[in-house]
Design a protein around this ligand. Structure first.
Ligand code: ADP
Ligand code: MG
Ligand code: ZN
Length: 631
């Protein structure tokens, strides 16, 4: 019985102090004393008033009084009372009570309480200090953990992956036949090392794959390992380079040690330009860590004989920045170029990825390959995948033409949004896009129109006019001067049409992208292509960026005078083209007004229909005329 009462009390105290701490945390540091007092007075329901106490003492009912001068309360125990005593608030001076007490012979005791509130605020402060310590401790432990990880590296935490079997074969890689052929040789080096070494041939140690992203370099390296049936070790150049000096080098050591244990095998280093940049260059001087890593890589490549069956394949899209030491014989002495696929290549890649997809009968992958110049293997794979996702979302059984069209638009332009409601904005967009579309159809050297639409797309695109790129141009990159000029005129057609129809003050910033593109093209004509009055001079690097590597720091070093001339030339090209665009729009104003009504109503006009409408009205250039006749 007693024990349980004790437990209860204990529990009530702890609950009370918990509530106290909570209250304190909520109210902040300064309120600790008040909240302590509140917590104290809440309990003890048994109370008497002072007069009641006096009466009880008079009546001889009181056994004992315990007075606490600190809180100015008295605990009163009545005769025959076993429960908790009554609490009475008493005045600081209470002679009448003392007199009665003496008369009645009541046990009177003065007993100052221990000062609880002080203890509590001490406790509260301790709690806060404890929490602070805990936070600091956790922070310290986290940083200790990460630095510990760095220190232990090299032993345990290998960052490279090893695949015993990649399961990828050459037949999974399509459209890059030349690269495949060159790597065929590497497969035989790995497979039949004996055959080469017995006649004294030195097997090359490294192959560098060079090409734009998404062209299948990683895939190709995996296919080599898969064909040769050897393990595939891969690491990315950026994973070598860490914050702590020496970690990258130890990773390289580790990687090569593991590889030698597993020979014959293939090591694949992706993005090797991250470590292999020309040493001692770059903004802010050299990077010690990177150089150490690169040195280690060079040492390792020298240290093993190609004959023991380890071959390193590295990939990069910036071969120009690589350190020349990497490229000398005995290291990455073979370079294999992996280019964007041409039409046949795209067809084959589409075939490979269509193997796992359900396509409708009438879909022509060769036509799709024709429509996708400039797309990489990865983008083509993604295109078919997007089409498959769209098909599933539309609850269809097989991938149809409309899904492929929509997926292509989505990849190249953006997600389709809801059409705009009729408004001035919509009208302006329609005129703008018509400006592009009409000029694309009227100019001799532009690519023909694929479609013009005013259905908005994600990314802030209100509408667009799309051309069918000329395949030969895209594949060869050999754009003529007249193509570039006509394209500048066509690109300015949007703004020109806005200005002709709505006036020079009403044009919008919708042409921002067009103008940027025009400036870019015009500038390149002057500074790179030698297509201006300044003559055949290369005045800038192709990327127009601060050159990060390479021993020829060929950043443009022209005088202020030349810079002014460049600006003048660029401005002349842009102004002349804009004048031409305005003229063409002005001369065909009636046609544009007719087309705008149709575009506002239909929201999309296909290229063929558009050409036919324009041909009814005016003479088309020969190429476009033929397209109309061919229908
Ligand atoms: P890279 O390493 O050159 O950036 P990847 O090898 O990572 O390109 O290619 C990414 C994906 O794109 C591949 O997994 C594959 O599905 C697809 N792909 C790219 N090129 C080809 C190709 N030539 N043939 C088949 N698929 C390709
Ligand atoms: Mg890759
Ligand atoms: Zn535009």
């Amino acid at each position: 019985m007693k024990k349980s009462a004790l437990q209860f009390r204990f529990r009530s105290i702890s609950r009370q102090s918990w509530r106290f701490t909570l209250g304190l945390l909520a109210a902040g540091l300064m309120t600790c004393t008040p909240s302590g007092v509140i917590a104290q007075t809440e309990t003890d329901p048994q109370t008497l008033s002072y007069t009641q106490l006096l009466e009880r003492v008079d009546g001889g009912q009181v056994e004992a009084i315990e007075y606490d001068p600190k809180t100015k309360t008295a605990k009163v125990t009545l005769i025959n009372q076993s429960e908790t005593p009554y609490t009475v608030e008493v005045l600081p001076e209470h002679p009448e009570l003392l007199e009665k007490v003496r008369q009645q012979n009541v046990d009177y005791d003065v007993n100052p309480s221990t000062d609880n509130s002080a203890a509590r605020s001490l406790l509260a402060n301790l709690v806060i200090i404890f929490i602070l310590f805990l936070v600091v401790f956790l922070l310290l432990r986290r940083s200790a953990a990460s630095s510990g990880q760095a220190l232990n590296f090299g032993k345990s935490r290998a960052r490279f992956q090893m695949e015993a079997k990649t399961g990828i074969l050459f037949e999974d890689v399509a459209g890059i036949d030349e690269a495949k052929e060159e790597l065929q040789e590497v497969v035989s080096f790995l497979k039949e090392t004996e055959r080469f070494t017995s006649i004294g041939a030195r097997i090359p140690k490294g192959v560098l794959l060079v090409g734009p992203p998404g062209t299948g370099k990683t895939l190709l390296a995996k296919a080599v390992a898969g064909e040769a049936e050897v393990p595939f070790f891969s690491i990315s150049g950026s994973e070598f380079v860490e914050m702590f000096v020496g970690v990258g080098a130890s990773r390289v050591r580790d990687l090569f040690r593991k590889a030698k244990e597993n020979a014959p095998c293939l090591i694949f280093i992706d993005e090797i330009d991250a470590v292999g940049r020309q040493r001692g260059t770059g903004i802010g001087g050299g990077n010690d860590e990177r150089e150490q890593t690169l040195n280690q890589l060079l040492t390792e490549m020298d240290g093993f004989e190609g004959n023991n069956g380890v071959i390193v394949i590295a990939a990069t899209n910036r071969p120009d920045v690589l350190d020349s030491a990497l490229l000398r014989p005995g290291r990455f002495d073979r370079q294999v170029t992996v280019d964007l696929p041409d039409r046949k290549g795209r067809h084959k890649i589409l075939d490979v990825h269509a193997r796992t997809k359900k396509l409708a009968e009438d879909i022509s992958l060769s036509l799709l390959a024709r429509r996708t110049p400039g797309l990489s293997g990865a983008e083509l794979a993604n295109l078919l995948n997007e089409a498959a996702i769209l098909t599933a979302r539309r609850r269809k059984e097989v991938i149809g033409q409309s899904e492929i069209d929509d997926a292509l638009d989505r990849l190249t332009i953006g997600l389709k949004l809801k059409p705009l409601l009729d408004s001035k904005k919509k009208c302006l967009i329609a005129y703008h896009e018509l400006g592009h579309a009409l000029l694309a159809t009227l100019l001799e050297n532009t690519d023909p129109l694929s479609k013009v639409t005013i259905i908005p797309r994600s990314g802030g695109i209100g509408g667009f006019a799309q051309m069918i790129p000329d395949e030969e141009n895209v594949d060869s990159g050999l754009y003529t001067r007249s193509w570039i000029i006509d394209n500048i005129i066509m690109t300015l057609g949007g703004r020109a049409c806005e200005a002709e129809v709505f006036g020079d003050l009403e044009v919008t910033r919708g042409a921002e992208g067009d103008i940027q593109q025009v400036t870019n093209l015009a500038r390149r004509m002057v500074t790179l292509y030698g297509m201006s009055d300044l003559g055949q001079l290369a005045l800038e690097t192709p990327n127009g960026e601060v050159f990060l590597g390479g021993d020829n720091m060929n950043r443009s070093e022209y005088s202020q005078k030349i810079a002014e001339k460049i600006d003048l030339q660029v401005r002349t090209i842009a102004n002349n083209c804009y004048g031409e665009a305005r003229r063409l729009i002005r001369e065909n104003r009636a046609l544009i007004d007719r087309l705008v009504d149709l575009l506002l109503e239909q929201e999309t006009i296909e290229g063929d229909e558009f050409r036919k409408l324009v041909a009814e009205y005016t003479q088309l250039p020969k190429k476009q005329q033929e397209m109309v006749m061919a229908q």
